[in-house]
Design a protein around this ligand. Structure first.
Ligand code: PEP
Ligand code: MG
Length: 560
């Protein structure tokens, strides 16, 4: 009888194979380790190791591309941090051996990060990884990382550092399971961009031993250890057949009876365009521009911004490109735009548009770069603001966009207040795009960065669906479009429900597009509406899924 572990499925697909654990242990350098007296030579050795690590990380990022590039570049910056280098040098000057000095200096840095708010404390794992890599080099022991195996395996780890995830070979790695991490952790985002099934926040993952056969379902979050091999193989084959059926559906998004639902891609920058185009995105529904601003000391200049925006606009001639203005604060703090005061609950603090209202010059420069990027392209540029709360916010943003010459200025609906008052906000916004990640977080009062809050982080919660319905209804009455660009759009069953609730476009990570396209093609608009009504009337999130699924019989062909 197989044992079942449960975690959070963050990247769909099914993987079946033997477990292999990530090797992470690097020996702690002895507390009294001292060098032989030549402090300069020892410091040179330390800096050379740190530089090698920085180069290796940058190189891995370049090879992996996508969001991995930015994440690994940020880690490389940690390895090259001048303040850290000064501290290492000082410790070596006092006699400490290089490995000890690195370890101690980084411990101080680590404390600072751990106490510096949600996003930065989330980077502690990245910093530990950098430390282990430098120390391993200095001690001459193997660098921690993905186990070497010639046959495919399921990777099991406490957590995965971006450097590990970025180099996973999808040919060799069947899936991964981690004990830590949440749906929006780097691990989860990178897993989706690699198209690997993944389950995070899986209690009990630390008990899995090497060689145990695992069946990992990246949709349900279930991890079966030692399942019946025939059943496991059948589940894996069904998932592969589903992926193949999905890949066959091409063309614009529409239901079986021809109701169109444009399918758009969520991107973090031009590096994500190839995947969007390959998966048939009809445009971009969410360009998260903050990736251009994160992990740097100053804001990008006008020319750099114009180039990044233009690259995206040019990729979709005639197509719609929805750009979101800088969404900083909370889990995405910017070194050059700190909050006005220390925030005990950053997710409820000065983030998104709130930050821009204190720094209007920052928004103005971004809007100017967007207006210029659009000049001489055929793209249809739509610009929207994150974290809009009331009509005053929406009107303020619309005025700023209008002054910059932006034609379509809209808002994200991700605060319950905005959804509830959507009919008023529609007066000041050309379009809505619902951010179900934050809308779920704020509706259910469940921090999206925290593991283990399970059902409260599920957009299937009927309360969230009611707010989506309210926003879509208000948009329709005002003849505005109303898309969804949160992770909810990437769930093929929920995508049908959202369509039934009146959502007009769906935007998601590129790898989710084929299955959502295939799901829509197998249902009618009436079925989507019936599923939506059933989900709204359900008692809870699990009931909503079950009832909706019953109203969508065509999805059985996809094994959903
Ligand atoms: C959302 O909140 O649903 C959203 C799309 O924005 P982000 O995930 O970038 O906060
Ligand atoms: Mg959001």
């Amino acid at each position: 009888m197989a044992d079942k572990l449960s975690g959070v499925g963050v990247s769909t697909g099914v993987g079946y194979g033997p477990a292999l654990r990530l090797t992470r242990a690097v020996p702690e350098p002895p507390a009294d380790a001292r060098h032989d007296g030549d402090a300069d030579a020892e410091a040179r050795r330390a800096f050379a190791a740190a530089e090698e690590v920085a180069r290796d990380l940058t190189d891995r990022g370049e090879r992996a591309g996508g969001e991995a590039r930015e994440v690994l570049a940020a880690q490389a910056l940690m390895a090259r941090d001048p303040a850290l280098a000064d501290d290492i040098k000082r410790r070596i000057g006092e006699g400490a051996a290089a490995a000890r000095a690195v370890s101690d200096a980084m411990a101080v840095y680590r404390e600072m990060l751990a106490g510096a708010g949600d996003y930065l404390s989330g980077r502690v794992a990245d910093l530990d990884d950098v430390r282990d890599r430098i120390v391993a080099r200095l001690l001459g022991v193997p660098v921690p990382g993905i186990p070497q195996s010639t046959s495919p395996f399921v990777l099991v780890a406490e957590d995965l550092a971006p450097a590990d995830t970025a180099m996973l070979d999808p040919e060799r790695v069947l899936a991964f399971v981690t004990r830590e991490g949440g749906p929006t952790s780097h691990t989860a985002i990178l897993a989706r961009s690699l198209g690997l099934p993944a389950v995070v926040a899986c209690a009990g993952a630390d008990q899995i031993t090497d060689g145990t056969m695992l069946l990992v379902d990246g949709a349900s979050g279930d991890v079966l250890s030692g399942p019946d091999p025939t059943q496991a193989e059948a589940a894996r084959a069904a998932a592969a057949a589903r992926a193949a059926a999905a890949a066959e559906s091409t063309g614009p998004g529409r239901t079986r009876d021809g109701h169109t639902v444009p399918l758009l891609a969520n991107i973090g920058g031009p590096q994500d365009l190839p995947a969007a185009l390959e998966n048939g995105a009809e445009g971009v529904g969410l360009y998260r521009t903050e990736f251009l601003f994160l992990d740097r000391a100053d804001a990008p200049g006008h020319e750099e911004q114009v180039a990044a925006y233009r690259a995206v606009l040019e990729a979709f001639p005639g197509g719609k490109v929805v750009v979101r203005t800088l969404d900083s604060g909370a889990d995405k703090p910017l070194a050059f735009l700190p909050p006005a005061a220390a925030e005990p609950n950053p997710a409820l603090g000065e983030r998104g548009l709130r930050m821009m209202r204190r720094h209007p010059e920052m928004l103005k420069s971004q809007l100017a770069a967007l207006a210029e990027a659009q000049r001489d392209t055929d793209a249809d540029l739509w610009v929207m603001a994150p974290m809009v709360t009331d009509v005053d916010d929406a009107a303020w943003f619309a005025a700023a966009a209008g002054e910059a010459g932006i034609e379509h200025a809209g808002i994200m609906i991700e605060v319950p207040a905005a959804a509830l008052r959507a009919r008023h906000l529609a007066e000041a916004a050309d379009f809505f795009s619902i951010g179900t990640n934050d809308l779920t977080q704020y509706t259910c009062a469940a921090d999206r960065e925290v593991g283990g809050l399970g059902r409260f982080q599920d957009p299937w919660q009927p309360a969230v669906l009611e707010l989506v319905a309210a926003a879509a209804k208000a948009a329709a009455a005002a003849e505005r479009s109303c898309g969804v660009c949160g992770e909810a759009a990437a769930d093929p069953v929920l995508a049908c429900v959202l369509t039934g609730l009146g959502v007009t476009t769906l935007s998601m990570g590129a790898t989710a597009l084929p299955l959502v396209r295939a799901a829509l093609a197998r249902t009618t608009l009436a079925q989507c509406r019936e599923a939506a009504q059933g989900a709204l009337a359900a008692r809870g999130n699990e009931d909503a899924k079950r009832i909706a699924r019953q109203a969508l019989p065509g999805l059985a062909e996809l094994g959903l």
